[in-house]
Ligand binder design. Structure first.
Ligand code: 6MZ
Length: 341
């Protein structure tokens, strides 16, 4: 039987570049950086276990970020990685992708070179892989402090002059512990003043005041939103702010106790604006196809519901009107081909 979940056109709005490197890509990057015979960054047991698909502990899952960052610290490997991620999403029938990444200064690149390399790779991919439209939401890693945040915002404001068709907004992510959103608010406002959309990680841990501050600040989408409740939840609904739900990521990180208990269920049933995303498909060993299948199996969404979920997601993208219209046509054609009303 045709696999509906694979074939349905898909929209991905929450994907971190370095979390979206498949095991194959990690191995290829390892070979590029360290040579074929010694592809592991330090040739250690964990890297071997990761790339051979063995079961991992959560700590080992997060270890993947460390490997990914080591392997994408040169323009050549970063270019290769960005291209591979776009290709993998396209192969999963993702037709529109908003990718995020944190600009990094490495021994081989400045932050500007890092971001320009990703942007140029996206630009080239638009011609070479026309089935997928790709945008970029540069990230601030809040664990890296305010100076890094200032640098990232200035750089993004500078580069969005040159890449206005690709840079659409900014993301605030990273481990939130020990930092306060209020410290980042004024820095992010500068990006907001340049009409950049705010796709902030919000409510990934319990802190009602911080969630309230993010809603008042005016986040345009909510990354995860796992711990949003009470008045904040009602405010998010009233304003129609879309939630980016990442089922497997939340279960594997234990912010949701199980798929069954995931907050997507409530959001969907109560008519919130909500979409399904992968977060870090490489780290969490999933795909958007797999996430939609899980959604159907666990929450009972029919194929019609899944299609509606994807079509709704068009509205939550930061695409322009023409691009949204094209996406709508892709779904209309799919409905026609599949004979779905
Ligand atoms: C918060 C996350 C994340 O930017 O190097 N990142 N931040 N919560 C999550 N949920 C599990 N998953 C990924 O991609 C990797 C970086 O994205 C952020 C972290 O800062 C991680 O280092 P880039 O491309």
């Amino acid at each position: 039987m045709m696999d509906f979940f694979q074939n349905v056109p898909k929209i991905e709005l929450h994907a971190h570049l370095n979390g979206s490197l498949s095991n194959r890509t990690l191995l290829e990057l390892g070979a590029m950086k360290y040579g074929k015979d010694n592809p592991g960054p330090s040739n250690d047991e964990c890297f071997y276990r990761i790339t051979n698909g063995q079961n991992l502990t959560l700590k080992e899952c997060f270890q993947k970020f460390k490997y990914a960052h080591d392997l994408t610290d040169q323009p050549e490997t970063l270019r290769y990685a960005t291209r591979a991620v776009i290709q993998d999403f396209a192969a999963d029938n993702v037709v529109y992708l908003e990718l995020r990444t944190t600009p990094k200064k490495t021994v081989h690149m400045s932050k500007k070179q890092y971001l320009t390399t990703v942007l140029e790779t996206i630009r080239t991919a638009q011609n070479e892989i026309p089935s997928i439209t790709v945008k970029l939401l540069p990230s601030i890693d809040r664990s890296k402090g305010l100076q890094e945040a200032e640098e990232n915002v200035s750089l993004v404001i500078e580069l969005c002059q040159e890449y206005p068709d690709i840079i659409k907004g900014m993301d605030l992510s990273g481990a939130p512990f020990g930092t306060r959103f209020s410290d980042f608010g004024n820095i992010l406002k500068k990006a907001q003043a340049h009409r950049l959309k705010m796709a902030l990680h919000c409510g990934e841990f319990e802190d009602d005041d911080e969630i309230q501050a993010m809603l008042e600040f005016g986040t345009d989408r909510i990354g995860h939103g796992t711990f949003i409740k009470g008045v904040n939840l009602q405010n998010a609904k009233k304003r129609g702010i879309p939630f980016e739900c990442c089922l497997t990521s939340n279960v594997k990180c234990s912010t949701a106790s199980s798929y069954e208990e995931h907050h997507f269920k409530k959001l969907w049933e109560e008519g919130f604006a909500v979409c399904i995303c992968t977060d870090d498909f490489g780290v969490f060993d999933t795909s958007l196809t797999q996430e939609l299948r899980t959604c159907s199996e666990i929450f009972g969404l029919t194929t019609q519901d899944i299609l509606r979920l994807q079509e709704n997601t068009i509205r939550y993208t930061y695409a322009n009107d023409e691009e949204k219209h094209k996406l709508t046509e892709i779904f209309n054609n799919f409905r026609k081909t599949m004979k779905i009303d």
